[in-house]
Design a protein around this ligand. Structure first.
Ligand SMILES: Nc1ncnc2c1ncn2[C@@H]1O[C@H](COP(=O)(O)OP(=O)(O)OP(=O)(O)O)[C@@H](O)[C@H]1O
Length: 262
């Protein structure tokens, strides 16, 4: 079966800066792919190309066999691609429940006009979203804070709200930008289990940009490593961890000579 996501020779330049210099990789169906690399390697830029925030300077991105290169970000949820943001993008004064339901609206197929006139199709979509809401909140341990404004919640909880908002649209691909950023040890442990559960429960694929190496290596089926905008490794976590280029990128030449793993 063909890959869910195919990134082909993607280039992204900002003026004279080549942030991504011709990167290709694939994400398989129902798989978890970690995207790693030192600061400035091009991870977020590539992520933004995939999620429609940037139109790549060159290259092709295909999702379920369809060319989505340069497709606008507001179409992503409808196509089956959900994402979270490094610095969270929630409606801070709204409740958890309303934030999560907002994710269902961005995916809605009946469109703005139908919603505005509350046509039957839009009403049905709302009812379906309400039905998905309860099990989703309980899976993400948010049921007890459903009515609480997001701003009043700890950062780790807010991150789960963002994940729930992406999941209520029932994506086939979930893009997570540094989900472990700002979490403590036990929260990262919980996150690892949660990501594996989400993959099983929703039969989806996850592409995750993450600095927390332990988490990436624990949950990923494969890992893609970038450095200076180029792919330097692509393989199982064990292969990538032992790759001399990866060790050099993270720890420098001396570490390679001493055979230290990243
Ligand atoms: N909008 C932009 N304009 C100019 N240069 C940019 C822009 N965005 C990113 N860059 C440059 O592109 C390179 C890659 O940046 P990017 O943020 O994608 O790396 P990253 O791997 O996500 O880094 P980090 O781990 O620190 O988030 C860097 O040199 C960065 O300075």
């Amino acid at each position: 079966m063909s890959a869910l996501l195919k990134v082909g020779e993607v280039v992204m330049r900002f003026g004279g800066v080549t942030a991504v210099g011709g990167v290709s990789f694939e994400v398989g169906r129902r798989s978890i792919c970690g995207l790693i690399g030192p600061n400035g390697a091009g991870k977020t830029t590539l992520f933004n190309c995939i999620s429609g925030i940037y139109r790549p300077t060159a290259g092709r991105i295909a999702f379920e066999g369809q060319d989505i290169t340069g497709a606008p970000r507001h179409r992503m949820a409808g196509m089956g691609i959900g994402r979270t943001f490094q610095n969270l993008a929630l409606f801070r004064t709204l409740s958890v429940r309303d934030n999560v339901l907002a994710g269902a609206h961005s995916r809605g197929k009946s469109g703005f006009a139908a919603a505005a006139f509350r046509l039957a199709s839009a009403r049905r979509e709302e009812e379906e979203a309400e039905e998905r809401l309860r099990p989703l909140l309980s899976m993400l341990d948010l049921a007890g804070v459903a009515g609480v404004p997001v701003a009043a919640l700890p950062f780790g909880t807010q991150k789960r709200v963002e994940m729930a908002r992406a999941l209520i649209g029932e994506p086939k691909l979930l893009l997570l930008d540094e989900p472990a950023g700002g979490l403590n040890h036990s929260e990262v442990d919980g996150l690892a289990g949660l990501l594996l559960d989400i993959r099983e429960r929703f039969s989806l694929s996850i592409l995750l940009v993450e600095h927390h190496m332990n988490l990436v290596m624990r949950v990923s089926d494969k890992v893609v490593a970038l450095d200076f905008g180029k792919k330097i490794a692509d393989g199982t976590p064990a292969e990538v961890r032992a790759d001399p280029e990866v060790i050099r990128a993270y720890l420098g030449e001396e570490a390679v000579q001493h055979g230290r793993a990243a």
